[in-house]
Design a protein around this ligand. Structure first.
Ligand SMILES: Cc1cc2nc3c(=O)[nH]c(=O)nc-3n(C[C@H](O)[C@H](O)[C@H](O)COP(=O)(O)OP(=O)(O)OC[C@H]3O[C@@H](n4cnc5c(N)ncnc54)[C@H](O)[C@@H]3O)c2cc1C
Length: 409
């Protein structure tokens, strides 16, 4: 069954990128329908808000440019046109107060994504956009119409233009399963393989470490990988380490594992104490105390930090304050691999920018645009993922408007 042959624009994927594209099209007075595979929209966006929706990050243009390495001009321009200031102004228009944290991360005051999503969907409906859930896009038919699987059977949708915003390849249970790649590849569009980004790192812990410390946060620590360092905390899990510092370093760790087959993180367990001061404190007579107690009393090292130390060479350094201090300041933690891609916060890979023009339109499929995480760019967490999704969604939506207004019917 074919629906809506008179539709100006079909947006496929109701995540932040797709909804932003739909907003641009509806605001231009054009008809737009959003098609979403899941029973409800923006499930990954809602999940992102579970522990505080870090929607953007206050940054200068130069800082932003460094965040999206090797970004093509179109991505840089999109983020320049709709960056942190514009995102905060947009939130305010939705009656959502942005709050900037001490490190520049921006959150909605309510922290969750749901109030923002509710206000956004309501404004989109008022502007005339229609949402069709349980519509899984499967490709194009021989006439170029979009084909969907729905609970009522297959549907075909013809529209004058289309914006694809189908997401990356992680958290498939929320809809972002990357299955769309097959249809694009079959159409001859260049799609790079997905790789995990902002993911946990596997560490081969001893049984004791897993049993006693899985789930423990490691606070007040500095984590270094190559030239990069982070003062954020991280969490020890059964399989390795994740969150905060680990996510932000994981992009470089992933690249190093791919290039060299190995990667080692270095921890500074006491970043506010100098190595000399640690040596001085450790040189106090230990008497009959266990090494663990000595470390706890002289350095105030938490249980999980002591366990990390023992895990990676601390026992061998028991009788040498110099050696132990060096380890406390520079503890090597070998990385055994990455957590599975489906658990990653985001993925890189996807539609190659070479397949797109400056307006995010597929060069070989005029009138068809792509946006969001399905494009081949990468960024660390910190609000930069959503910033690029919203910015490219907006640019693709505006591209579709421009196309509709300039192309003869
Ligand atoms: C736990 C977690 C926390 C996060 N926290 C943050 C954060 O604080 N800050 C930040 O910047 N980023 C965060 N992210 C990342 C951010 O959520 C994503 O980068 C963002 O949602 C991607 O937006 P998108 O619109 O491109 O794709 P998605 O949000 O993935 O949306 C794509 C949509 O397309 C639909 N779809 C897929 N295939 C089809 C199909 N064949 N037919 C129809 N519909 C389809 C999907 O169901 C989905 O609704 C987090 C992610 C996770 C998992």
């Amino acid at each position: 069954m074919t629906i809506d042959a008179s539709l100006d624009a079909a947006v496929i994927g109701a995540g932040p990128a797709g909804l932003m594209a739909a907003e641009m099209i509806a605001d231009a007075g054009l008809s737009v329908a959003v098609f979403e595979a899941m029973p409800s929209p923006a499930r990954k966006f809602l999940m992102a808000g579970k522990s505080g929706l870090n929607i953007t990050h206050v940054a200068t243009p130069a800082e932003l440019a460094a965040i999206y390495p090797d970004a093509p001009a179109s991505l840089s321009q999109a983020v320049e046109a709709f960056g942190p200031d514009e995102i905060m102004a947009w939130m305010e228009q939705l009656d959502i107060q942005p709050v900037t944290g001490p490190t520049g991360r921006v959150f909605p005051r309510e922290m969750k994504a749901s109030p923002l999503l509710r206000a956004w969907l309501s404004r989109l409906t008022d502007a005339g956009a229609r949402l069709h859930t349980r519509h899984r896009w499967t490709g194009w038919n021989q006439d170029g119409a979009l084909t969907f699987d729905t609970p009522d059977g297959p549907r075909h949708v013809s529209s004058r233009t289309q914006v694809f915003a189908l997401g990356g390849g992680s958290w498939s249970r929320l809809g972002s399963d990357g299955a769309w790649r097959a249809a694009f590849q079959a159409a001859g569009i260049s799609v790079s393989p997905f790789r995990p980004s902002n993911c946990g790192l596997r560490v081969s812990w001893s049984d004791r470490m897993k049993a006693e410390f899985a789930g423990m946060p490691v606070k007040n620590v500095a984590v270094r990988f190559g030239e990069q360092a982070s003062r954020e905390e991280f969490v020890v899990t059964e399989r390795g380490v994740e969150s905060g510092a680990v996510f932000s370093l994981s992009l470089s760790v992933r690249d190093a594992l791919e290039a060299a087959g190995q990667a080692v993180l270095y921890l500074d367990l006491l970043p506010d104490l100098s190595e000399d001061e640690i040596v001085r404190r450790l040189s106090k007579p230990r008497g009959k105390q266990s090494l663990s107690n000595h470390l706890r009393k002289t350095l105030n090292l938490s249980g999980v930090k002591r366990a990390l130390l023992f895990e990676f060479g601390g026992l061998e350094a028991a009788d040498s304050p110099d050696q132990m201090a060096r380890l406390v300041k520079n503890l090597p933690v070998p990385v055994a691999g990455l957590f599975p891609i489906d658990e990653a916060i985001s993925t890189d890979g996807g539609i190659s920018f070479e397949a797109l023009d400056d307006h995010f339109m597929l060069k070989d499929r005029p009138g068809q645009f792509c946006a969001g995480e399905m494009l081949d760019w990468d960024a660390p967490t910190g609000g930069y993922l959503l910033t690029a999704c919203l910015a490219t969604g907006r640019a693709a939506g505006l591209g579709a408007v421009r196309w509709l207004k300039t192309k003869p019917v």
